[in-house]
Design a protein around this ligand. Structure first.
Ligand code: AMP
Ligand code: GLY
Length: 434
């Protein structure tokens, strides 16, 4: 099967490894890929947003499947352009990708379809938003969200009125260009956050999906969930204390209404939805939609998945998903992010990496090979990923590798999964305080 993978990060390296590991022989191409992905694929000199260039390559090369990793090209209409050429694409059309590309569109969608979520309002005028903040009735922190894509930096949890007003002013004056000229103000939700990925194949005449294992990401830079927000410092899954009946609630209260809503509104969905969920004292509430796989959640999911990924994604792309449940390996998987000095504000590039004899799989998220030596080339540089019998064992395996990979200034969290491990050991459920 000839496959083009769009993207270049850790998510795409993990997808590339899994695509090549299935029974189906895969001839893999990547746009643009990376030096690590280049060990598995032919990398094309095409950027992820180069819709014309990617379409021209597909028209000439005729891949059997295109898998689009990041949200940017989905929102920009890459999938639409390729489908217009008759190419099978795993990834949503632009109309469906608005669920991630516009927070106000997503919130209105949730409200139209009765999906439990935080109360919110959408603003484009400073005065109206300012008046709301001055009489804010929903408690602190006030959650401010830039409407559009802002490279993971468009959400601020403001602890004070002043911080909220400063953020509002900066957003509306174009801190993220057009993406922040509309702002959503939202009620803060308290609870346990989880990532739920669902493979979706929805058209006006059918609705099929397969739910993947629950994961938990760790957004804060520092141990104990302190420090600035990042793209994610590590993840594990499945969450050990999430019972089948809890997942059933998420399925009936969040997943099914979303997919029926897409169907009613004529939003064709052929790809993955990644629901950001907060399990509150009132049960699961939807924080946000992503229309792509999470990073580093994908690294965890690829460890757990016991399927031929190329065939599975092709089924979705061709609108013939036959799996209601996908085969999942027993145990628990973990991904620990090794980040560059200075991340998340900046990242020190070009630092040589020492890789000794790790037992974990080493996923490359931001590296470059310079004279046969791997060097840092991004914020999140490498991920250590592994599967073990349970969360405690998975954490121990990752821990054992922390000295096997290093470079000066490397940052990592040694507590990925620790809070969940303790919660499970204390026999607490998801209903108990987190
Ligand atoms: P997003 O960029 O939409 O993924 O949001 C980034 C993070 O902000 C989420 O992963 C949550 O941790 C947090 N967040 C978003 N909305 C809320 C909310 N209403 N209440 C509390 N935290 C939130
Ligand atoms: N790990 C969170 C994300 O991919 O958005």
């Amino acid at each position: 099967m000839k496959i083009l993978l769009v993207g270049s990060g850790g998510r795409e390296h993990a997808l590339a490894l899994k695509l090549k590991a299935g029974q189906t022989p895969v001839e893999l191409f990547a746009a643009p890929g990376s030096d690590a992905i280049g060990e598995l694929a032919s990398c094309l000199p095409l950027g992820i947003e180069d819709i014309d260039g990617i379409a021209a390559w597909c028209a000439a090369a005729g891949p059997d499947l295109v898998v689009i990793g990041p949200e940017g090209p989905l929102v920009a209409g890459l999938a639409d352009a390729l489908r217009a050429l008759g190419i099978s694409v795993f990834g949503h059309d632009a109309a469906t990708a608005r669920l991630e590309g516009s927070k106000s569109f997503a919130k209105n969608f949730m409200q139209r379809h009765g999906i439990p979520c935080a109360a919110s309002g959408t603003y484009t005028a400073f005065e109206a938003a300012e008046a709301t903040i001055r009489t804010w009735p929903l408690g602190y922190p006030i959650v401010l969200k830039a409407d559009g894509l802002a490279a993971g930096k468009g959400v601020v949890l403001a602890e004070s009125r002043q911080e909220a007003l400063d953020t509002l002013r900066s957003f509306l004056s174009g801190a993220f260009g057009e993406a922040s000229r509309t702002v959503v103000l939202e009620e803060p939700l308290v609870g346990m956050e989880l990532s739920l990925h669902v493979l979706v194949d929805v058209t006006t005449d059918h609705l099929r999906y397969a739910i993947l294992p629950s994961c938990q990401d760790h957004k804060r830079l520092l141990e104990g969930d302190r420090g600035p927000n990042t793209g994610g410092m590590g993840a594990f899954g499945p969450i050990p204390f999430l019972r089948p009946e809890d997942l059933e609630r998420i399925r009936t209260e969040l997943v099914e209404p979303t997919l029926r809503g897409c169907q009613q509104e004529g939003l064709v969905a052929r790809g993955v939805f990644f629901l950001g969920v907060m399990w509150t004292s009132a049960g699961p509430k939807l924080l946000e939609y992503n229309v792509r796989f999470g990073d580093p959640e994908t690294q965890v999911l690829m460890e757990l998945l016991d399927e031929n990924l190329a065939e599975l994604l092709l089924e979705v792309a061709e609108g013939r998903l036959s799996h209601e449940t996908v085969r999942i390996k027993a145990g628990c998987a973990i991904a620990v992010v090794l980040a560059a000095e200075g991340y998340p504000e900046s990242a020190k590039k070009g630092v040589p990496i020492e890789i000794r004899a790790p037992c974990c799989t080493v996923i490359h998220a931001g590296t470059r090979k310079v004279q046969e030596r791997w060097t840092t080339h991004g914020g999140r540089v490498l991920n250590l990923t592994t599967l073990a019998s349970d969360l405690t064992a998975a954490r121990a395996l990752a821990q054992a590798d922390f000295d096997e990979v290093s470079w000066p200034g490397m940052q990592l969290r040694r507590d990925i999964g620790l809070r969940a491990q303790r919660h499970a050991e204390a026999r607490r459920s998801v209903q108990d305080p987190w």
